[in-house]
Design a protein around this ligand. Structure first.
Ligand code: NDP
Ligand code: OXD
Length: 309
């Protein structure tokens, strides 16, 4: 029985090492050099080639190498009866909270304007936007969103969260379902997207939604690129619905060299790095789920295929 790591353009050496430290008896294979396809019982995938999973007839479970699983649910070669799980760790949650908090603070302090001014030798003081004028709304109150909301609330921000079901989190106002989306948006100045990508959420970040924020709003997209209607972001700047955006995820990754986002002053681009699990922590969860799958137990962080997350 083997555990297979599959990704395009990824160096798996530290993860392979960490998996073997965790369990020296594990048989780890790295795609595309697979000795025996029949022996592959557990696959760990990130940005994997289309239909590759159909090559392994004895798969018992598949894990994402991250929190998102849209790449696995979209893979038609993966049969419906194979359980899919996610990789959630404290490190992933903490990094996400740190990334969002930093993005919020950079916005309030106009850090990106100072960065531009430094290139031109311009000394111009701007008033920092007070916390009380910076209510944050988080779309998606799951493993990531809850941690982000808690940290921001502890820092003194007015925080609200939007999800399918109501939440009870200290210092956080909860809105649930489509009926409460408009109320949530009207309370929000800084919008953080931490939804999973599903049929329901694809394209949710559009002009109509930006229009409903406290204006001008600010967008932090750390969910998926396909949540955002890219041309609507530009219209939203032109119409002053939004004054800026910090984007970590894009429709096409890497973001193409000629993409207009690179030259937009209002947009901060980071290369999908908001949260990346360190190999040692990832190995703990992967080995646990591998063992569970081999012995027919329920998996940690198993995905509900019907819901799509
Ligand atoms: P979870 O599955 O734990 O949480 C998803 C949340 O979204 C839940 O609160 C859920 O509501 C809510 N939700 C789902 N569908 C809807 C909908 N139609 N309407 C309203 N709310 C909805 O996901 P995670 O928090 O672990 O991760 C979220 C996403 O963040 C990932 O899917 C991934 O795309 C992205 N991500 C990005 C990273 C990066 O580095 N940029 C790193 C990690 C994650 P409910 O609670 O009611 O079910
Ligand atoms: C994830 C990601 O889903 O890094 O974990 O995007």
């Amino acid at each position: 029985m083997s555990l297979l790591l599959i990704a395009k353009n990824r160096d798996f050496s530290s993860l392979e090492k960490a998996l073997l430290v965790k369990d020296p008896n594990l048989d780890v294979e790295i795609w595309p050099r697979v000795e025996n396809k029949e022996r592959v019982h557990f696959a760990v995938c990130w940005n994997h080639p289309e239909k590759v999973l159909g090559n392994y007839p004895n798969l018992r479970a598949v894990s994402s190498l991250g929190a998102g699983v849209n790449h696995l649910l979209d893979d038609e070669s993966l049969s419906d009866d194979i359980p899919i799980c996610r990789l959630i760790t404290d490190a992933l949650q903490d990094q996400m909270a740190e990334y969002v908090l930093n993005s919020v603070v950079n916005y309030r302090l106009h850090i990106w304007d100072y960065y531009e001014n430094k290139k031109k030798g311009v000394w111009e003081q701007k008033s920092t936007i007070p916390i009380k004028y910076s209510p944050v709304g988080i779309m998606g109150m799951g493993e990531m969103g809850t941690n982000v909301a808690t940290l921001l609330a502890q820092q003194g921000y007015a925080v609200s969260g939007w999800s399918r079901s109501k939440k009870d989190i200290e210092g956080v106002t909860s809105y649930a379902g489509n009926n409460e989306l408009n109320d949530f948006l009207s309370e929000t100045k800084i919008l953080v997207n931490l939804l999973p990508l599903t049929d329901e959420t694809e394209g949710i970040l559009d002009l109509d939604l930006f229009k409903k924020l406290k204006q001008p709003g600010y967008l932090i997209n750390v969910g998926r690129g396909d949540h955002l209607v890219e041309e609507d972001l530009i219209y939203a700047f032109d119409m002053d619905y939004l004054e800026g955006a910090c984007l970590d995820v894009f429709e096409e990754e890497p973001l193409p060299n000629n993409h207009s986002f690179w030259n937009r002053k209002q947009i901060m681009v980071t290369p999908h790095i908001a949260a990346i699990t360190p190999a040692r922590e990832a190995a703990k969860v992967l080995v646990e789920n591998y063992k569970r799958a081999m012995s027919g137990m329920d998996l940690l962080y198993e995905v509900d295929r019907e819901r799509g997350y």
